[in-house]
Design a protein around this ligand. Structure first.
Ligand SMILES: N[C@@H](CCC(=O)N[C@@H](CS)C(=O)NCC(=O)O)C(=O)O
Length: 215
């Protein structure tokens, strides 16, 4: 069966970034269909392809549609392996982080929208945003092995989940130090991230709602 990843604009779609990193990392061959998110009819286009929420990413495997990033991660894990750590305790922790990112950090997300090519943006850091940031930093400070850049040895699902948070901090000039800085830099300089970021840089669409924090 052939795989197609239906994704949004690479500059703006954080969830698409995660699914794309995943498919590339497991070495899957796949086509990409880009739907300009928030444009007229975008959700209808995704629905027409089988994504029941109209949101991206959505993975097609032949006629089968898998929507929502966590479901895509689990589907790809079953089909290809190599997504989650092999050790059961590590796997449970990696899934906990992935679930936490998937279900949370909404204040951080709203204050620092994904806009990978943006720099020097200013975010309004409310107490709720700061609480989200501190939780991310706590994870980046305490999780993972001291001898590897990634949270569970190899670059994996938990790292992919955090990748767009690394770009948000970069876009909004949120300065990190120590292990969180090293982890952010590892994410930003991963070869697949460089490829994704370059593709986002080359896009010309502008989503005004995600262009906040100028000047
Ligand atoms: N829970 C979904 C969230 C997906 C999501 O929010 N996707 C955004 C792009 S990053 C989207 O499709 N936005 C366009 C819209 O809401 O119409 C997932 O994990 O995949």
């Amino acid at each position: 069966m052939s795989l197609t990843l239906v994704l949004g604009n690479k500059n703006y779609s954080s969830w698409s970034m995660r699914a794309w990193l995943l498919l590339k990392t497991v070495g899957a061959a796949f086509d990409e269909v880009m739907i300009p998110i928030y444009s007229d009819g975008a959700r209808d286009q995704v629905r027409a392809l089988g994504g029941q929420t109209g949101m991206v990413p959505m993975l097609k495997d032949g006629d089968l549609a898998v929507w929502d990033t966590l479901a895509i991660f689990e589907y790809v894990a079953e089909r290809f392996g190599g997504v989650w750590p092999t050790d059961p305790a590590d796997r449970a922790r990696a899934r906990s982080y992935a679930a936490e990112v998937h279900a949370g950090f909404n204040d951080l997300r709203a204050a620092m929208p994904c806009n990978t090519r943006a720099r020097n943006r200013r975010a309004v850091i409310t107490h709720a945003v700061e609480a989200d940031i501190q939780r991310v930093l706590e994870i980046w400070e305490t999780a993972g092995r001291r001898d590897a850049p990634w949270l569970f040895g190899d670059f994996g699902a938990a790292d992919m989940m955090f990748a767009p948070i690394a770009t948000r901090f970069q876009s909004f000039g949120y300065e990190l130090t120590g292990r969180p800085l090293a982890y952010q830099q590892a994410l930003l300089s991963h070869p697949l991230m460089l490829e994704w970021l370059a593709a986002g840089e080359a896009e010309t669409d502008v989503i005004e709602a995600s262009e906040i924090g100028r000047g």
